[in-house]
Design a binder for this molecule. Structure first.
Ligand code: ADP
Ligand code: MG
Ligand code: MG
Length: 906
C-alpha cells in the first residue's frame, strides 16, 4: 500500500485523497499542484504511519519508499541531495488533519552540510548560505536534538548587540559565520557529538522528530482545547526549499483571501523582504502590507508582478476550495511559490459575513453557509463593545497606552498578566485577565485561553497571537509597538505611564486601542439593531448577515427553539433573537425581588395554611403582573411556567443583620425567627423539601401561583392577546405526585375561569429531572401534556454529583480522562442521554401527542443539541443570548442527519 505521495510539476499523486490521509498541509499542496499553481515539488508521508513510527522508531518498508520518491524529487528539482555544487535542500514539515498552527514542528534548509554549503554560496552568495545554515542549525538543534531555542537566540542577539544592529537582516556574512560557529559549539556541547553532516541522516532525524512532535505538550493542550482526537497523527511533508532570504528580490509572506477579522472581501496579508519561514508570523520584524497603502513599501508597489500573480492564485483558490483561504507564500528572486493553503481561521464576525457573501457570489449554497459557521462563534457578535464617548473621554484624559492591530474584535477589560502561567493563576482568582506579551508562542496557549483579552507589542495580523485568538474568539490586539513590556521588572511602559501586573487595562479588539484602567462596555452592533433598536438594519452589515444566516438556518431545522426567561425584559430579548416560546419561566426569581421578599418570608414563616394564605394574598397581585408582562411580550407563543421549585429556606435570611431586620419588619422576635430558620434547615436541601413536594405539602403555594397565571392570562385575552400558558410541575418522581397536582391546577383554572368568564387554553406537564420519572415516563405521560427535561438536575441525580460541590473533583476527573468533559456543560449522551431517550420513547408510547423539550443548560450547547435532535425532541430551551446559537446548531444537526447520523453514544 502506498504511503508516500509525490507532488510536483503539475501532478500530485495525493490529489483527492484528502486531509485524513495527507494532513491538511499535504492535501493543500497536492491540490494546489494539481491546479497548476506554482508549488515547490515534494512528497507527503501519510498520517497513518505516525503512531507506528513514533512507537517503534521505524515502519517496515517506509525507508525504501521514501528513497524511491526522493529520487523522483531530485529529478523534478534538478538538484540532488548532498551534491556539493548544486545541492537539494528541503523542508520537513508537519501537517495534521486539522490545522494546529505552530503547534508542531518544521525544519527548513535541510541538506546543508560542510560539503554542500560551498555550492549554495557559489550560487547565491556567502551571506545567504550562512543565513540558511544558521537557521537550519537552530531548527534542527531545537526540534531534533532537544537544545533549548533560547541558547541559539542568545548567541544571535549577543552578536546583534556587538554589531549594534537590531535586525538579523543587518548582520554581515562574517557575523553569520560567527553565529554558525557558535551554534555548532552549542550543539556539540549539548549532544557531545558533531552536528550530523550527512543529508540522509539529517532527513530521518527530522522525519522522526516531526512525527514525534504530534505528542509534544503544546500540541496536546491544543488538541484538548479544540477536541482533536489524539490518534489522528500528523503527516510529514518533505519539500524542495525555495528562498525568500535570497536578497531584496525575495520575500516571504502570509495572506488571507478575505479580511479574517471582519470578513470583508479584500485581499489581506503581510510580507517581509529577504526573510524566511516564520519570520513574518514570529513578530521579530514588523511586516509590510500586501496592498498598496501609499507607503511605497507594499508588495503591490515593490514587486508588482509577484503581487499580480498572487491575486490570480487567490481567485483560483477560492474557486477551488469555496472558502476563505489562509496562504503562505515565498518569492524566490522574483518568482512566486505557494507553500500552504488552508481554510482561514476567522472571527465570528468574519465567519458570518464570508458565509453569507459567498452565497451571494454563487461560490457556496445556503446549506454550506449554514455549516460553515460554528454556532458558538455567534456569541462574539453579541459581545459588548466600549462606548465611543467613554473611550474618547479616557483617551482625552491621557489614558491611551497605544494602538495596535485589531486582531480579535470585542471589548476586554481585565488585570494585566505578563506570563501565560500568571494569567492562568490570576484568572482562577476571579477577575478577568488580559495577557500582555511582546509576542505569544505556542507554549502560551493555556494562558491565552484563560484570558479575557490578549495584547502583544510585536507582530502582525497573522502573528501567532492573532491567529490563535481569532480561533478562540478572544478579544485581541497585536503589534502595539509603542508599548514596552519589561518582563524583568514585571511592568509595561507607554506614553509616560507604567502599569504593573494586576493593574486594570482595557483592550479594544475592534479598533486596536489599548487604554489604561477599566472602561464600561456597551451592547454590540447586532444588539443595537435588534434589542436596543437604536441602529437600523440597513446601517449594519453584520446585523444583516446575521439575520440572513439565521433565517436560512430556521428553514432547515426541525427542533423548535425556546428560551429560558423569567422577566418581560428577558422575554423580549428572547423573542427578538427568534425564540418561538418560553421553555422555562422560573417563578422563584420573582420571589427574590426586594419588594416581595418580605411577603415571601412571611409566607414561609407562617405556622399554618391560614397564615400562609394571608401572606400569599400579598404575593398574588405581584406575581400576576409578572405574567401579564411576559404574556404581552410573547403574544401567541407558548410560555412554560414552572411552579415553585427551590427549598424554602433559600428565601430566608442567612446572616444575623438581615435576620434582625426581618424580625423587626415581620414583628416577630429574633429568637422565634431563628428557630424557624433552624427548623427549615435540611442536611441535603437539593434532595429535600422542594419542587412538587412543596406543592403537595403546602398546596396553597401552588394554588396561588396557578391563580396568578390564569388571572394574568384572562387579562391578556381581554386586551386582545392569545396567551398559551403551559404549567410545569417540577421534580416529579411518581405518577401520583403529578396526578394530584394536575388536579389542583385544573381545579384552580376552573375557579378562575368561572370568575373571569374567560376560558384560557392551557396544558399541564412536568419536568423530567429525577431518574425514576424518566424510567416511569410511560405512566406519567398518560396524564401529562408535556415533558421538559431539566438536564441540570437530571445530570446531578444520574451521576450522583452535587452540582454545587462538583468543583472539588470534576476538574481532576476531566484532567485524568475519567470523564471526557464536564457533564453539566455538555450532555453525557451515553448515560443521561439514555434516560432522555427512554423517557421520550416511553412517554410517547402512552401519549402520542406528548410534547417533549429540554430546559437545562444543555439546551444551548451545540453538541447536546445535536443529541436532542437525534433523540427526536420537539424543542430545546436556552438562555436568550444563546437562542441564535441554538437555531444554528439545530439546523446543522438536521443537515448532518443521514450524512453521519447523530450518534447516541459518547
Ligand atoms: P506551520 O505548520 O507551523 O505553519 P510550516 O510547515 O508551514 O509550519 O512551515 C513554517 C514556515 O516555513 C512557513 O511559513 C513556510 O513558508 C516556510 N517553509 C516551509 N517549507 C518551505 C520550503 N520548502 N521553502 C521555503 N519555505 C518553506
Ligand atoms: Mg505554515
Ligand atoms: Mg431542577
Amino acid at each position: 500500500m502506498q504511503r508516500v505521495f509525490f507532488f510536483g510539476n503539475g501532478k500530485a499523486e495525493g490529489e483527492g485523497l484528502g486531509k485524513e490521509k495527507l494532513g491538511g498541509k499535504g492535501a493543500g499542496l497536492a491540490e494546489m499542484t494539481a491546479l497548476g499553481i506554482p508549488v515547490p515539488p515534494g512528497f507527503t508521508i501519510e498520517t497513518g504511519v505516525c503512531a507506528e513510527f513514533t512507537q517503534n522508531g521505524k515502519v517496515p518498508g517506509l525507508e525504501e519508499e521514501v528513497d524511491q520518491t526522493l529520487q523522483r524529487l531530485e529529478k523534478a528539482a534538478g538538484r540532488s541531495f548532498g551534491d556539493p555544487r548544486n545541492p537539494l535542500l528541503v523542508s520537513v514539515r508537519s501537517g495534521a488533519r486539522s490545522s494546529m498552527p505552530g503547534m508542531m514542528d518544521t525544519i527548513l534548509n535541510l541538506g546543508l552540510t560542510s560539503k554542500t554549503i560551498g555550492g549554495l554560496a557559489a550560487l547565491s552568495g556567502e551571506r545567504f548560505a550562512l543565513d540558511c545554515r544558521r537557521r537550519f542549525l537552530q531548527m534542527y538543534g531545537d526540534v531534533v536534538l532537544g537544545v533549548h531555542k533560547e541558547e541559539f537566540e542568545e548567541a544571535l542577539s549577543a552578536l546583534r548587540q556587538k554589531r549594534g544592529v537590531t535586525s538579523d537582516a543587518d548582520l554581515k556574512a562574517e557575523d553569520l559565520a560567527e553565529v554558525v560557529r557558535r551554534h555548532e559549539a552549542i550543539i556539540q556541547k549539548h549532544t557531545g557529538k558533531d552536528f550530523p553532516d550527512e543529508p540522509r541522516e539529517q532527513l530521518w532525524g527530522a522525519i522522526g522528530a516531526v512525527f514525534r512532535s504530534w505528542d509534544n505538550e503544546r500540541a496536546k493542550t491544543y488538541r484538548k482545547l479544540h477536541r482533536i482526537p489524539n490518534d489522528w497523527g500528523t503527516a510529514v511533508n518533505v519539500q524542495t526549499m525555495v528562498f525568500g532570504n535570497r536578497g531584496e528580490t525575495s520575500a516571504t509572506g502570509v495572506a488571507f483571501t478575505r479580511d479574517p477579522a471582519t470578513g470583508e472581501r479584500r485581499f489581506y496579508g503581510e510580507f517581509l523582504p529577504n526573510a524566511q519561514g516564520e519570520d513574518v508570523v514570529a513578530g521579530i520584524r514588523t511586516p509590510r502590507p500586501l496592498n498598496a497603502d501609499g507607503s511605497g513599501a507594499s508588495l503591490e508597489e515593490t514587486m508588482p508582478e509577484a503581487y499580480r500573480e498572487l491575486l490570480r492564485v487567490r481567485d483560483l483558490l477560492e474557486k477551488r476550495f469555496h472558502d476563505m483561504q489562509d496562504i503562505e507564500f515565498t518569492i524566490d528572486d522574483g518568482k512566486l511559490y505557494l507553500l500552504q493553503t488552508r481554510n482561514g481561521k476567522r472571527t465570528g464576525f468574519a465567519a458570518v459575513r464570508v458565509a453569507t457573501e459567498m452565497v451571494a457570489e454563487g461560490l457556496i449554497s445556503k446549506d454550506e453557509a449554514i455549516s460553515r459557521v460554528e454556532p458558538e462563534q455567534l456569541v462574539q457578535l453579541l459581545a459588548p463593545i466600549f462606548p465611543a464617548d467613554e473611550k474618547q473621554a479616557a483617551i482625552a484624559s491621557g489614558r491611551l497606552l497605544g494602538k495596535g492591530l485589531p486582531a480579535g474584535p470585542g471589548a476586554a477589560c481585565g488585570r494585566i498578566a505578563f506570563t501565560a502561567q500568571r494569567a492562568v493563576a490570576m484568572a482562577g482568582q476571579g477577575d478577568p485577565v488580559v495577557l500582555v506579551r511582546v509576542e505569544t508562542s505556542p507554549e502560551d496557549i493555556a494562558g491565552m485561553n484563560a484570558s479575557a483579552g490578549i495584547l502583544t507589542t510585536r507582530g502582525g495580523m497573522t502573528s501567532h497571537a492573532a491567529v490563535v485568538a481569532r480561533g478562540m474568539g478572544k478579544t485581541c490586539v497585536v503589534g502595539a509597538g509603542e508599548i514596552t513590556v519589561d518582563y524583568g521588572k514585571g511592568e509595561l511602559r507607554a506614553r509616560g505611564r507604567t502599569e504593573r501586573e494586576g493593574n486594570w487595562i482595557s483592550v479594544d479588539g475592534t479598533s486596536g486601542e489599548v487604554i489604561s484602567g477599566k472602561l464600561p462596555t456597551r451592547p454590540s452592533e447586532v444588539l443595537q439593531v435588534f434589542v436596543e433598536e437604536n441602529l437600523r438594519l440597513d446601517q449594519s452589515q453584520i446585523a444583516r448577515s446575521f439575520s440572513e444566516l439565521l433565517s436560512w438556518a430556521d428553514s432547515r431545522r426541525r427542533l423548535g427553539i425556546r428560551a429560558n426567561a423569567d422577566t418581560p425584559t428577558d422575554a423580549r430579548v428572547a423573542r427578538v433573537f427568534g425564540a418561538q416560546g418560553i421553555g422555562l419561566c422560573r417563578t422563584e426569581h420573582m420571589f427574590f425581588e426586594e419588594s416581595r421578599i418580605l411577603a415571601v418570608r412571611e409566607m414561609i414563616l407562617a405556622e399554618d395554611a391560614a397564615g400562609r394564605r394571608a401572606a400569599l394574598a400579598k404575593i398574588l397581585p405581584m406575581q400576576r403582573e409578572d405574567f401579564v408582562g411576559i404574556f404581552r411580550e410573547m403574544g401567541e407563543r407558548p410560555v412554560t411556567i414552572r411552579l415553585l421549585d427551590p427549598p424554602l429556606h433559600e428565601f430566608l435570611p442567612n446572616d444575623e443583620a438581615v435576620l434582625e431586620k426581618t424580625a423587626r419588619e415581620l414583628k416577630v422576635s429574633v429568637e422565634k425567627l431563628r428557630e424557624r430558620v433552624q427548623a427549615l434547615h435540611e442536611a441535603n436541601p437539593m434532595l429535600g423539601h422542594r419542587g412538587c413536594r412543596l406543592g403537595l405539602t403546602h398546596p396553597e403555594i401552588y394554588e396561588t401561583q396557578v391563580r396568578a397565571i390564569f388571572e394574568a392570562a384572562a387579562a391578556a385575552i381581554q386586551s386582545g392577546g392569545k396567551p398559551h400558558p403551559e404549567i410545569m410541575i417540577p421534580l416529579v418522581g411518581t405518577r401520583a405526585e403529578f396526578e394530584k397536582l394536575k388536579v389542583l391546577v385544573d381545579e384552580t383554572a376552573r375557579k378562575v375561569t368561572a370568575e373571569s368568564r374567560q376560558p384560557v387554553s392551557y396544558t399541564v406537564g412536568t419536568m423530567i429531572e429525577i431518574p425514576r420519572a424518566a424510567l416511569r415516563a410511560g405512566e406519567i405521560a398518560q396524564k401529562a401534556d408535556f415533558f421538559s427535561f431539566g438536564t441540570n438536575d437530571l445530570t446531578q441525580m444520574t451521576f450522583g454529583y452535587s452540582r454545587d460541590d462538583a468543583g472539588s473533583f470534576l476538574p481532576a476527573y476531566i484532567e485524568s480522562g475519567i470523564l471526557p468533559e464536564d457533564p453539566f456543560a455538555s450532555l453525557d449522551t451515553s448515560g443521561v442521554g439514555e434516560l432522555v431517550s427512554i423517557a421520550t420513547q416511553r412517554g410517547r408510547q402512552t401519549n402520542p401527542r406528548l410534547k417533549v423539550g429540554v430546559c437545562g443548560e444543555h439546551g444551548g450547547d451545540p453538541r447536546s443539541i445535536a443529541f436532542f435532535h437525534g433523540a427526536g425532541l420537539d424543542y430545546v430551551s436556552c438562555s436568550p443570548f444563546r437562542v441564535p446559537v441554538a437555531r444554528l446548531a439545530a439546523a446543522q444537526a438536521a443537515m448532518s442527519e443521514g450524512k453521519e447520523g447523530v450518534s447516541s453514544t459518547a
